[in-house]
Design a protein around this ligand. Structure first.
Ligand SMILES: Nc1ncnc2c1ncn2[C@@H]1O[C@H](COP(=O)(O)OP(=O)(O)OP(=O)(O)O)[C@@H](O)[C@H]1O
Length: 272
């Protein structure tokens, strides 16, 4: 655990805005840039990284000394997800403290080894679980994913406020599904509104790291278990993820403490 240099939370206020798609592509982009990267699917209510990473049904993490889990390797990433432990069709019905406990266990009992970055795909929203995780996991910085839609932007603002409250720096905003380009005629349509991510970034004085289009290819590649950065590394979309990864590296390097190593404090979550 103490061999993880930077923990990066990828969060969204609103569900369904493409947080998991962004998290996996950012992790792969950091990897493509030469880093050792882990990906923790902390979206325990609807873990989707297993499908996005193309991990076969029935894959289980190996155990070590009956206490630790070895991460599952996918596309060069070290990954862990509740989906590896619970099975695809099991609905995740957790009470808050149980969910928090399960997450902490996944963090602490996975033998991540030496990592430059551990990317955490956070559960959507700004509730207790998100707050606990950001506070207890010594998150080095957070990336907020939003669509340009007003309701998503409102929730993105709540996300930024939440991280600020617990002193987690905002590394930047990624605007997803910003524009749809018709594959037949090339017509551009701002289905969820225009420039919303940029406005929020400006309001809070944070960087707009990337603006991704609503693209059939992104959805198809992710559904097929080969996210855009590995499926189409030369595409403009992959270039956007790589540029965002570079900006994240820069921001973290500028903010890194002298020894560079983050540690998780011990926490206990009671069930009352
Ligand atoms: N830029 C995009 N273009 C096209 N489809 C996208 C894009 N981003 C995400 N999607 C698709 O939208 C769906 C939801 O994406 P994703 O699961 O990443 O969202 P999420 O915010 O993590 O959702 P949840 O809140 O359920 O965790 C997926 O089918 C994904 O493939």
């Amino acid at each position: 655990m103490n061999q993880i240099k930077h923990i990066v939370a990828v969060a969204s206020g609103k569900g369904g805005v493409g947080k998991s798609t962004t998290a996996v592509n950012l992790a792969l982009a950091l990897k493509a840039r030469g880093a050792e990267v882990g990906l923790l699917d902390a979206d325990i209510y609807g873990p989707s990284q297993k499908t996005m990473l193309g991990i076969a049904e029935g894959t289980r993490p190996e155990q070590h000394e009956g206490k630790y889990l070895l991460p599952v390797e996918a596309h060069g990433l070290k990954t862990m997800s509740m989906a590896y432990l619970a099975g695809e069709r099991t609905p995740m019905v957790w009470r808050g403290p149980m969910a928090g406990g399960a997450l902490t266990q996944m963090l602490e009992q996975t033998l991540w080894g030496a990592l430059d970055y551990l990317v955490i795909d956070m559960p959507p929203g700004t509730g207790d679980i998100q707050l606990t995780l950001s506070q207890k996991a010594t998150v080095a910085g957070a990336v907020i994913v939003t669509t340009p839609q007003d309701i998503a932007l409102l929730d993105a603002r709540k996300g930024i406020e939440m991280f600020r409250k617990v002193d987690v720096p905002i590394l930047g905003i990624i605007e997803n599904m910003a524009v749809h380009v018709c594959s037949q005629c090339g017509h551009e349509e701002h289905i969820f509104g225009a420039e919303g991510g940029r406005r929020v970034a400006e309001d809070y004085g944070v960087e707009l790291l990337a603006s991704l289009p609503l693209a059939l290819a992104i959805r198809e590649q992710t559904d097929a278990g080969r996210p855009t950065v590995v499926a189409a590394p030369d595409s403009p979309e992959a270039a956007s993820y790589l540029a965002a990864a570079q900006a994240i590296e820069r921001a973290l390097a500028a903010a890194a403490p002298a020894d560079g190593v983050q540690q998780f404090p011990n926490i206990s979550i009671s069930d009352d």
